[in-house]
Write a protein that binds this ligand. Structure first.
Ligand SMILES: [Zn+2]
Ligand SMILES: [Zn+2]
Length: 341
């Protein structure tokens, strides 16, 4: 079968190539991939800015249909529509695994970085990793379950948002738009900002429920935030752009005693005035990937229609056009690009 593989370490070295079709072992299932989202992380892996263990098939945002089940599989059957968690294996014994935080396990092996992922016709995952897709979610929208779960972990698990809060989200990409919708579920007032290149995404943000959208190159974000908060600043800021300017702006606009949550991944070390953190007694949190509990919340939120993922997918391409798809993600012109093997 064809797969998009990171062949060796270093910049680039990604190719569409023929690899053997996998066979599920006991307690494993074989998923026929219907849609797999391209993540910023995949671009970082391509550019050698994020660790992977080549040769490995990329893709960790997977949605599809069970094609075959291994021995001893009881929970799912061929034909089931599913999405999958991304940790193929964890040690199960370290303090993180045992306290419900397998995302922090040093032995964690994830699909798309350590073991073969979803940019292929089929992939193998443990039975316990799959979640049945709600009937109301199609395969394309289902490819966003994994990024949504990262956002649930960031916004609902690692940040405390109250209904009366004003939340500022910087960066209206896929992650920003998911975080915005999650912040809205708490009842808070949500401002989302971007640059002029983001005009279409800001419009989408408005359609998906953002209270205020701001183009920082045309409007005065600080005045808008201060206006909405009686001059105090935002109770919560969530940085989703992974950009230095955006991060500094978030630090400047969070109120004293407020919370700063970092969702975006920077491609290089950045310069930030962390005295702001001290002077304003800000609570700063980084959020890495997801925990099992966040998956259950994601599926429930999708089932209840409280978060919409389908409108975020602006481009679908076949596996053969992966290069073009990656280029589109790098260019930042699309919201979410999905490969359909
Ligand atoms: Zn991802
Ligand atoms: Zn562990």
């Amino acid at each position: 079968m064809k797969a998009v593989v990171k062949k060796s370490a270093g910049f680039g070295n990604v190719e569409l190539m023929e690899i053997p079709e996998p066979v599920p072992g006991p307690y494993q299932v074989k998923i026929e991939v219907k849609a797999a989202g391209i993540c910023g992380t995949d671009i970082h892996i391509l550019r050698d800015e994020y660790r992977s263990v080549p040769p490995v098939t990329l893709g960790h945002e997977v949605c599809g249909q069970i094609a075959e089940v291994g021995e001893k599989v009881t929970r799912v059957r061929p034909g089931d529509r599913v999405t999958t968690e991304t940790y193929f294996s964890t040690c199960g014994t370290c303090r993180f695994c045992r306290s419900g935080n397998p995302n922090l396990c040093p032995e964690r092996r994830s699909i798309g970085t350590h073991v073969h992922g979803g940019f292929a016709k089929y992939l193998i995952v443990p039975e316990g990793n799959v979640h049945k897709l709600p009937d109301t979610v199609d395969y394309i929208g289902g490819a966003l379950c994994e990024p949504l779960t990262c956002c649930v972990n960031g916004v609902l698990e690692n940040t405390r948002i109250l209904p009366e809060d004003v939340v500022l989200i910087s960066g209206p990409g896929c992650i920003g738009l998911l975080c915005m919708q999650l912040a809205k579920t708490t009842g808070a007032t949500v401002i989302i900002c971007g640059i002029s290149q983001d005009t279409a995404r800001l419009k989408l943000a408005k359609e998906l429920g953002a209270d205020v959208t701001v183009d920082v190159q045309k409007e005065k974000l600080d005045e808008i935030v201060l206006d909405l908060t009686k001059g105090y600043g935002a109770d919560v800021v969530i940085e989703c752009a992974g950009a230095e300017k955006s991060a500094q702006q978030c630090l400047n606009l969070v109120r004293r005693g407020g919370q700063y949550t970092q969702m975006g991944l920077f491609s290089r070390p950045v310069n930030l005035d962390l005295n702001t953190l001290v002077m304003k007694n800000v609570y700063m949190t980084g959020v890495f990937a997801h925990v099992p509990k966040a998956w259950l919340r994601t599926i429930a939120l999708l089932e209840q229609g409280k978060v919409k993922t389908r409108p975020l997918v602006t481009c679908q391409l076949p596996l053969e056009e992966w290069q073009q798809a990656f280029d589109k993600v790098s260019a930042g012109t699309e919201c979410k690009v999905v490969l359909c093997p």
